[in-house]
Design a binder for this molecule. Structure first.
Ligand code: FES
Ligand SMILES: [Fe+2]
Length: 337
């Protein structure tokens, strides 16, 4: 069993998109902790999905006057987790010690982020660069729970070499490759891999969405975030921020936010153009990662041999499992993609 990544419980992670949480409570899970989300009187609220009375799941309840009512005996909890009602008790009864366990939550940029430990402060919610930046257009994409390990999904998105095969024709091409200079640079919070090449990738997606390309950068922000940036000589063309939130040891929920320059087209049109490709690309990755995971399970544990193209494997594992990696000078190499 692969442990959850180091620092996960003190990291702000997305658990739902804003539009997924309406008037009914929503059950989610992060690192094997069942959670209930609801819209309280003072905004979004997240509690552990366990009624403190007899441990009935609160997510089966109803929101009444901004407080969540447990279906079993009707106790009601406000957004801070305080018990505000015990039906049948005498009016003056002291119910102040009957609160539910509250989880720090914020709603920003169209998503709900939580932190399992540490409350709202120290450190407060800080988004990855570009996410929600008002100078750009953004849209989110999520598609349920995926089977597998979040670390394998992170390696998949950081690794360009699978794109010639799994996304043959869409991102790159299995028959034609071009020389690329790949540089890995370490940072305090992860690492960044830069790809410099003469022409854009040959697949339909880069050809239709990007035009020219100067370089692309894949960044890992430990423990569970990836950010890809594609740049032309004029600056940013596309940016994708992806969070792989472990639900259990065998499942994770990916959330992606696409960021583009404002101005040249309305956001709905850019979204339609990007999503025309991303739906298929994401499905190809989901299927591949599930097959990889099924094989790992069949043999009982992963047993990987890394080859000359597996530059990100070791630093990813170091940051993922330990939260830090030994500082090293940047490494550059020539590859074919
Ligand atoms: S178990 Fe929730 S009110 Fe009794
Ligand atoms: Fe992929």
């Amino acid at each position: 069993m692969t442990p959850f990544p180091a620092g996960l419980s003190t990291t702000w992670v997305p658990v739902a998109l804003s539009h997924e949480l309406r008037s009914k409570p929503l059950a989610r899970r992060v690192a094997d902790v069942p959670l209930v989300l609801f819209r309280g009187a003072e905004g979004v609220a997240v509690l552990k999905d366990r009624c403190p009375h007899r441990n009935y799941p609160l997510s089966g309840g109803k929101v009444e006057n901004g407080a969540l009512r447990c279906p079993y005996h009707g106790w009601r909890f406000d957004g801070a987790g305080r018990c505000v009602d015990v039906p049948g008790a005498d009016k003056g009864s002291d119910i102040s010690r009957l609160g539910a366990e509250r989880i720090a939550a914020v709603e920003r940029f169209g998503a709900i982020f939580i932190r399992l430990e540490g409350g709202e402060q120290a450190p407060p919610f800080a988004p990855p660069p570009l996410l929600g930046d008002p100078a750009y257009d953004h849209f989110w994409y999520t598609r349920g729970v995926w089977r597998g390990r979040a670390i394998d999904a992170l390696e998949n998105i950081l690794d360009p070499f699978h794109t010639n095969f799994i996304h043959d024709g869409l991102i790159r091409d299995s028959r034609h490759r071009q020389p690329v200079k790949q540089t890995l640079a370490y940072r305090d919070d992860g690492f960044e891999v830069t790809y410099e090449q003469q022409s854009p990738d040959r697949g339909w997606m880069p050809r239709l969405l990007e035009g020219e390309r100067k370089r692309s950068v894949g960044r890992y922000l430990a423990p569970i975030t990836f950010q890809g940036r594609w740049e032309s000589t004029k600056g940013l063309t596309l940016c994708a921020t992806a969070f792989f939130v472990p639900e259990s040891h065998d499942t994770y929920r990916p959330f992606g936010c696409w960021t583009t320059r404002k101005g040249f087209a309305p956001n709905w049109l850019k979204r339609a153009a990007i999503m025309a490709f991303v739906r298929t690309v994401a499905e190809q990755d989901r299927v591949s990662l599930e097959k990889q995971h099924a094989t790992i399970n069949e043999f009982g544990a992963p047993k990987f041999k890394s080859g000359p193209t597996d530059l990100v494997h070791a630093p990813l594992a170091e940051f993922y499992h330990h939260g830090v990696a030994a500082a090293r000078p940047p490494e550059s190499r020539s590859i074919w993609l």
